[in-house]
Design a protein around this ligand. Structure first.
Ligand code: 26Q
Length: 786
């Protein structure tokens, strides 16, 4: 598409959709008109890609979450149309940034798992891999967060308020999904996934739930209006809202309906396509398709697949189970035992009794196999899928899947050696590692055009955007003072831009010349934002005692949403804000350190934060963070990691060198050694600084609005035994951060660390991850359209 056509398209859509001309169009109208113009330009390639994929083997990603963020900028960039669009808009006196920013984030995910799905979709498209995404089109994504008086408050997310120009409703491919008490329609909305520098356009298919009938005419005529539309509401409830939870808050019937809705509609869609090609021959259903389960959330797909084959297609149960065993793969994203999904079988029975029957039959097969292998009854109980009136989704997924994978080396090792050790011994060949990755398009090329241009200039090519391994070639510049200086200039530029944004959004002024020390991720006790906060408070007191303390000026930045029902997580938000209030307004501190909690952290905010960081805080209790992917985003933007030996931090440090990062704290094996006799109170008694910090939680230094929330935090660290080892790691944290301050003073030394992280980040491209899934699990070949 040339600029002329782009301009025509914008004008045309403004006219037909809104009846306006460019001169009086609103920003969102321009956004929609431009998006539709681009969509129109790619529809043929999109159709060709789908047809080409349908004629061969393809993989399907089943995920309850896709954290996509904004589409326009990314799509323009990937199509090579960004500069043209910028020119066209500027000729119309419109700033492209304003148009990009009017777009609401598609926040259909909680955090890492949902964002991983989004990166995977983009990577698969970029490297021409036939991967279809299936999910739910929640009307409301993850809640919006506000901070009021330091407390988190929530309001509903309304990402569809200006419409969704990128999706196409495919009425004719609707499916019926049946629960025991209701029948609903699943309407697919297809979104094109536009890869970088390829004609292939992949598809993300999100299902919206609608009633079979709009309303009950008879009831309506009887003027029973509420009743007349109650079925419609009940149906629409199913895809109304994303559960704002990333650990355990199970047992919600609506969540279970959502999961079944997603998998039933998606499998029916896959089977429909299969029948178009092969008729009712199901022997090769798994020759042509593979389904990757993103955690256990879509695991009902296993019994539903068997149900569809057995009850609707006449396949016998044993065969259907065998097909399933080569049809599914399962990715585990957590080692927190309490986060492993379990459903009360009463609920399952109530909503879909046939699914329960099938799972019972699967369980019987499992028991039979284990008995044949001479397992004892007690051992068998550990494996059972239905046990203690509960259905254990992970056991179901592992038993039936072809492959089970963790998301970082350490994580997979922990699964194999402890968490799922019994399963590993039973099926060693099923277990694999697939270290997570991130897309370099959004997380470098789009969010950091300044650094991207610099890399391109140094390498003399833009190939690295598609082949991130090329970053290695930058190593030869590691002692080039000019290169290091320019790198730091770019960092300063990104920090200046972020400071400006934070000033506008949060009303806090940051000095771009201060260290930007950033921790951004969902709020969780195991991620230990509280440890970071304790450190800052201790530093504050140390500066008060010693006003001449020689440390570089530092800005501590947090961003995190807390699950609305997770009281302790919310208390930590409030505590951080109380510290910010104290520190930022203390004249003695005089801006030496500042603290800011940015509100409503989300993908679009993340795109401003990662490029502007001097230090990436990844401080989870060792063994608890499955992988982390934010850590990779910082690294790719030339930022050293300050972290524990956990998740993918370990691989990051292996790539970039321990000397270029800051590892602190207990390791998994250390924790294993001390956990029996760990007594957090000894730290409180022995370390005056720890005591000083903890006492602020109970001595009235801070105000929790009389809720007792701070006392509860205090208790979690002392009375309840500090299960995440904050106190044990405090000293090491402090010493390590002191090293950061020393190192940062030497500009060149620091720049070298940043640069080493950048040139070592290649393996963390999600292109690499997707290739590994293709080669080692999916058995999928790339399929490029002409
Ligand atoms: C469970 C029950 C009810 C409602 C919601 C949920 C739920 C929702 C989301 C449970 C878990 C999640 C998300 C988990 C998640 O994001 N895990 C992260 O996955 C990343 C990608 O693999 C890893 O990098 C992180 O380490 C891991 O925490």
């Amino acid at each position: 598409m040339n600029k002329e056509n782009m301009k025509k398209g914008i004008n045309r859509y403004l006219k037909v959709k809104y009846g306006v001309t460019v001169d009086d169009a609103k920003e969102y109208e321009i956004f929609n008109a431009l998006s539709l113009t681009v969509l129109e330009d790619i529809v043929d390639d999109w159709k060709n890609t789908s047809e080409s994929y349908n004629s061969g083997r393809s993989a399907n990603y089943f995920s309850a979450e896709y954290l996509m963020g904004r589409a326009l900028g990314n799509n323009l960039m990937n199509l090579g149309l960004y500069d043209d669009a910028k020119d066209v808009l500027s000729e119309l006196n419109i700033d492209i940034n304003k148009i990009e920013e009017i777009e609401e984030d598609a926040g259909l995910g909680n955090g890492g798992l949902g964002r991983l799905a989004a990166c995977f979709m983009e990577s698969a498209a970029t490297i021409d891999v036939p991967l279809n995404g299936y999910g739910i089109r929640y009307n409301n994504g993850l809640f919006n967060q506000n901070i009021e008086g330091g407390f988190q408050t929530e309001s509903e997310d309304n990402w569809l308020k200006y419409g969704d120009p990128w999706s196409v409703r495919k009425e004719r491919e609707a499916q019926i999904v049946e629960f025991s008490d209701m029948k609903v329609r699943a309407i697919p909305y297809d979104t094109p996934i536009i890869g970088y520098g390829t004609k292939n356009i992949n598809t993300l298919r999100l299902w919206k739930c609608e009633p079979i009938k709009e309303f009950d005419f008879v009831l309506f005529n009887e003027q029973k209006y509420d009743k007349a539309v109650s079925l419609k509401n009940r149906a629409e409830d199913i895809s109304r809202v994303l559960y704002p939870n990333d650990s355990n808050d199970q047992g919600k019937i609506l969540r279970l309906r959502q999961q079944y809705f997603l998998v039933s509609a998606s499998l029916k869609d896959i089977i429909r396509k299969h029948k178009q090609k092969f008729g009712t021959d199901f022997e090769n259903i798994s020759v042509n398709n593979f389904v990757q389960l993103n955690d256990t959330h879509p695991t009902l797909a296993i019994p539903e697949f068997i149900r569809l084959l057995v009850d609707e297609e006449g396949v016998n149960f044993k065969d259907a189970l065998e097909y399933a065993k080569t049809f599914f793969g399962y990715t585990n994203h957590t080692i927190l035992a309490e986060a492993l999904e379990k459903w009360n079988i009463k609920l399952i029975k109530k909503l879909f009794p046939r699914i329960l029957e099938i799972v019972k039959d699967i369980d019987k097969e499992l028991i039979k196999e284990l008995k044949e292998k001479h397992y004892t009854k007690e051992e068998i109980n550990e494996f059972r899928i239905i046990f203690d009136r509960q259905m254990r989704m992970a056991n179901l997924a592992i038993f039936v899947s072809k492959a089970v994978n963790g998301v970082a080396k350490l994580h997979t090792d922990i699964l194999k050696d402890s968490e799922l050790n019994n399963w590993y011994k039973l099926y060693p060949q099923k277990f694999q590692n697939k270290t997570n990755g991130i897309t370099p398009r959004r997380w470098l090329r789009l969010c950091n055009p300044e650094l991207s241009s610099f890399i391109t200039k140094l390498l003399g090519t833009e190939e690295w955007v598609k082949n991130l391994d090329l970053l290695k070639e930058l190593k030869k510049f590691e002692d080039d003072d000019k290169v290091l200086e320019e790198l730091m200039n770019i960092k300063l530029q990104k920090k200046t831009q972020l400071a400006e944004h934070i000033k506008n959004e949060e009303g806090v002024e940051l000095d771009p010349n201060s260290i930007f020390d950033i921790q951004i991720k969902r709020l969780h006790e195991y991620k230990r934002q509280l440890l970071n906060a304790m450190y800052i408070l201790d530093l504050y007191y140390r500066i008060k005692e010693n006003p001449d303390m020689d440390i570089p000026k530092t800005s501590f930045i947090f961003g995190a949403k807390a699950f609305p029902g997770y009281v302790r997580a919310k208390s930590i938000v409030k505590f951080i804000n109380e510290i910010a209030e104290l520190v930022n307004n203390d004249e003695d501190i005089n801006g030496k350190i500042k603290v800011v909690f940015v509100h409503n952290y989300r993908v679009s905010y993340a795109q401003r934060l990662f490029p502007a960081a001097d230090l990436s805080k990844q401080i989870s209790t060792a063994g608890k963070e499955a992988s982390g992917t934010g850590n990779m985003k910082f690294m790719l933007n030339a930022t050293p990691t300050f972290g524990t030996y956990d998740g993918a931090n370990i691989e990051i440090v292996n790539e970039a060198g321990e000397e270029n990062n800051y590892i602190f704290g207990l390791r998994v094996e250390d924790i294993d050694k001390i956990k029996e006799e760990y007594d957090s109170t000894t730290y409180y008694k022995k370390d005056k600084n720890i005591k000083r910090v903890l006492d602020t939680l109970i001595d009235g230094t801070f105000n929790d609005g009389g809720s007792g929330d701070f006392e509860d935090l205090y208790n979690s660290l002392l009375e309840e035994g500090d299960q995440y080892y904050l106190l044990a790691d405090f000293k090491s944290f402090k010493e390590t951060q002191d090293r950061v301050f020393e190192d940062y003073k030497d500009k060149k030394k620091w720049a070298k660390k940043c640069f080493a992280n950048l040139y070592s980040a290649g393996v963390f491209s999600s292109d690499r991850t997707i290739k590994e899934y293709c080669d080692e699990i999916w058995n999928i070949k790339k399929t490029s359209i002409k």
